[in-house]
Design a protein around this ligand. Structure first.
Ligand SMILES: Cc1cc2nc3c(=O)[nH]c(=O)nc-3n(C[C@H](O)[C@H](O)[C@H](O)COP(=O)(O)O)c2cc1C
Length: 204
């Protein structure tokens, strides 16, 4: 147990968000495996309030990139408060989102805020944010475990994704995740993770 725990931690500690992707193809079966893994997540009242939309179609990825960059240009030039700018600076991000067209797949996670009941009426889902967050974590871990990389991207507001991908009104785009191999020249910011004693508190 101890050694499996340590080796899983070591593997996960090697995961990094990548913003530079190769256009090398990735098979649909790998994407399906990652989505199936995400679908094993626990969820409030077992409602599984998630839809993963996987896009390899180039024209669609171009449309998404264009719309995402439009939002991101507004965010970076007008909407971003100084406190946010301060923490993004070391990551070197900007409004250009070439990963959306470079990576062979883009996966958009939609959160379902309502469900259709057996009696045909609409009812709420429960803890859908938490449930989808956990599913996204499992998806990211699955992608890392297969030796691929992803970027957790939030080009907010993300309403344009519902429109482009023709999803119903009770589905809300939460994350846009390009998936693929890292570009040969890929770089990642030099950042550290908080130590165990900074992220935990034990009562024994
Ligand atoms: C909810 C969420 C939203 C994020 N949004 C963006 C984003 O819009 N653009 C981006 O470049 N990175 C985004 N990131 C990635 C983070 O910047 C990245 O995870 C963080 O810098 C830590 O780096 P690491 O993933 O390599 O450990 C997001 C991550 C999360 C969890």
């Amino acid at each position: 147990m101890e050694s499996r725990a340590e080796s899983f931690y070591k593997k996960m500690n090697k995961r990094r968000t990548t913003r530079h992707f190769s256009s090398r193809e990735v098979s649909r079966s790998l994407i399906e495996a990652a989505i199936k893994t995400a679908g094993t997540a626990p969820s409030g009242a077992h409602l599984q309030p998630w839809t993963f939309v996987a896009i390899s179609n180039q024209k669609l990825r171009q449309n998404i990139r264009q719309a995402a960059e439009e939002e991101e240009r507004k965010t970076y030039s007008k909407r971003m408060p100084e406190a946010w700018e301060e923490v993004l600076k070391p990551l070197g991000t900007d409004a250009v989102k070439e990963h959306i067209t470079d990576a062979p797949w883009v996966i958009v996670l939609f959160r379902q805020s309502k469900r259709q009941r057996d009696n045909g009426k609409w009812g709420p889902t429960y803890y859908s944010q938490e449930s989808c967050g956990i599913a996204a974590g499992l998806f990211i871990a699955a992608i890392h475990n297969m030796g691929l990389v992803t970027l957790t991207h939030t080009p907010s507001p993300m309403g344009f994704l519902r429109e482009i991908l023709q999803r119903p009104e009770h589905e809300h785009a939460m994350l846009l995740m390009p998936v693929g191999y890292p570009a040969e020249s890929a770089k990642v910011p030099n950042i550290n993770r908080k130590s165990l004693n900074k992220i935990s508190n034990f009562f024994e």
